[in-house]
Design a binder for this molecule. Structure first.
Ligand code: DUC
Ligand code: ZN
Ligand code: ZN
Length: 480
């Protein structure tokens, strides 16, 4: 007689965003079909006795195989990036389909589907990156693509080749409002960064640590305030991504007190790195931690931790932007020390996001296990139109699970499965790592080896997030 279950995860301590309870998890055809004690035997059994089981992580902000001007190139494509995600407990990734200026959004989406095709081992969606909001893009392409499941997009207030001016931001936010999409905003003041960068270069100050000096907290604070104001004018919820310190946190809290619907994301680099990691002298090693916004000082780091506890932050994402160090396509090309404005921005973090936060957040008692699940899985699933299929352990949800092992280990890049040649967290002590990751009922990481298969990751056509769907309904009651 065949079993009702393909797999039973037995005697789990299940943690969701709201509850922790003892249960077996019965899985059939990639879905959770039963929760309860003493379930009948499955075709396969995994003993989780005494171990915490959380929903698979949802990384709502990571960059994979993104097109950038040569010779720089991302180290991770969809093969290595999703493998690395699986081994770190993340079962859903949402990287970007980035529009080049002059290109249609459709062509960008087609290109990123080609890049992902046959290579992903966990499920994935795409955010759009809108860099060229022509009337055709805003009025025809965006609504079409939103209806096809690309229900979020990122816009930039900085980077010459990506940034939109305020008028363009208003146009794009209006489309988000009308069609119920989520807008992610990279908030840094481009003109201030350009001016500060030029001043530093004129003084011959080129080491990686001047990356931090060229993008101080003020430039993020100003842009965060402006992004909030533009969102208020259009009356649409937006997400401020990769918030790095207290002055941006204050702007978000100010907005919320005024009833403006602002969501906020932070990333491990603002919890676990500081400005010192960019270098305290002119050595080049700090290039490994060059990302934007840059890591800040210890008191800003504390403010970010407080924001995790007090509800300021809605999600924690990796902002995985994988550039190798000793690589001609990376940060230290042919051993050359490049001036800070030319160091590729971004650090790897897909695989380490969950274990770092589990260790320093949950095991160190800073946040509850349920808040950890909310920040890293449930809220990103909700915010990007994937809930309740993703982001929870419930009957009917995809069987995406992490079984946690409590063990002391020292993080080294050799343990990781990305294609980047370093981790900024080398040598950190960790108290937990996923002992098993399950993606739609299949074990993709057994605690020792990647056991997934390239091509089994499915493209996720995403729904409208409820928060922006509501805003769209308020805007046009006929818009269901
Ligand atoms: N900053 C970004 O805006 N994106 C990728 C990585 C980074 O540092
Ligand atoms: Zn960004
Ligand atoms: Zn990013």
């Amino acid at each position: 007689m065949t079993s009702a279950f393909d797999l039973v995860v037995r005697d789990a301590q299940v943690a969701t965003a709201s509850d922790t309870f003892s249960s077996d998890v019965g899985i059939k055809d990639g879905r959770i079909v039963q929760l309860g004690l003493s379930l009948p035997a499955g075709e396969r059994e995994i003993d989780a006795a005494g171990r915490t089981v959380t929903p698979g992580g949802v990384d709502g902000h990571c960059h994979l195989d993104q097109v950038i001007p040569p010779p720089t190139r991302m180290a991770d494509d969809f093969l290595s990036g999703t493998r690395s995600a699986a081994c770190g407990g993340t079962t859903t990734v949402i990287p970007f389909a980035a529009q080049q200026k002059g290109e249609s959004l459709r062509s960008a989406v087609d290109e990123y589907h080609r890049r992902a095709s046959g290579r992903a081992s966990v499920d994935y969606g795409f955010h759009l990156i809108v860099t060229d909001p022509t009337p055709d893009v805003v009025k025809r392409e965006l609504p079409q693509l939103i209806a096809e499941g690309y229900t979020s997009f990122k816009i930039y207030m900085t980077y010459e080749d990506l940034r939109l001016n305020d008028r363009q931001i208003l146009e794009v936010l209006t489309a988000a409002r009308k069609y119920g999409a989520m807008t992610m905003i990279h908030a840094e003041n481009s003109e201030c960064i350009g001016w500060l960068t030029q001043n530093l270069l004129d003084e011959g100050l080129v080491a990686p640590r001047y990356h931090g000096a060229s993008r101080p907290m003020l430039v993020e604070r100003e842009a965060t305030h402006r992004a909030i104001s533009l969102a208020e004018l259009v009356d649409v919820p937006v997400l401020i991504v990769h918030v790095s310190g207290s002055e941006a946190v204050e702007q978000i809290q100010w907005a919320r007190h005024r009833g403006i619907n602002i969501l906020a994301e932070t990333c491990p680099q603002y919890l676990f790195l500081t400005a010192e990691d960019l270098g305290i002298d002119d050595t080049y090693e700090g290039a490994k931690c060059v990302c934007s916004p840059p890591p800040r000082n210890a008191s800003n780091q504390k403010a970010i931790w407080r924001g995790l506890v007090d509800g300021t932050f809605t999600i924690v994402s990796s902002d995985h932007a994988p550039f190798s160090f000793d690589d001609e396509q990376g940060k230290h090309p042919n051993g050359e020390k490049v001036a800070f404005p030319y160091i590729p921005n971004g650090i790897p973090g897909l695989e380490t996001r969950l274990p770092l936060l589990y260790t320093e957040g949950v095991l160190e008692g800073r946040i509850s296990l349920n808040r950890f699940v909310e920040l890293t899985s449930t809220n990103p699933a909700k915010m990007y139109g994937l809930h309740p299929r993703k982001g929870t352990i419930a009957i009917g949800a995809d069987a995406d699970l992490v079984i946690w092992d409590r063990r002391d280990l020292t993080l080294t890049n050799g343990m990781l499965h990305h294609a980047v040649d370093y981790t900024p967290y080398e040598g950190r002590r960790l108290g937990a790592w996923p002992g098993c990751t399950i993606s739609r009922g299949e074990v993709v990481w057994d605690g020792q080896h990647f056991t997934g298969t390239a091509g089994t990751g499915q493209f996720l056509k995403r729904g409208l997030p409820s928060i922006t769907r509501q805003a769209a309904r308020d805007f046009d009651p006929n818009n269901k």
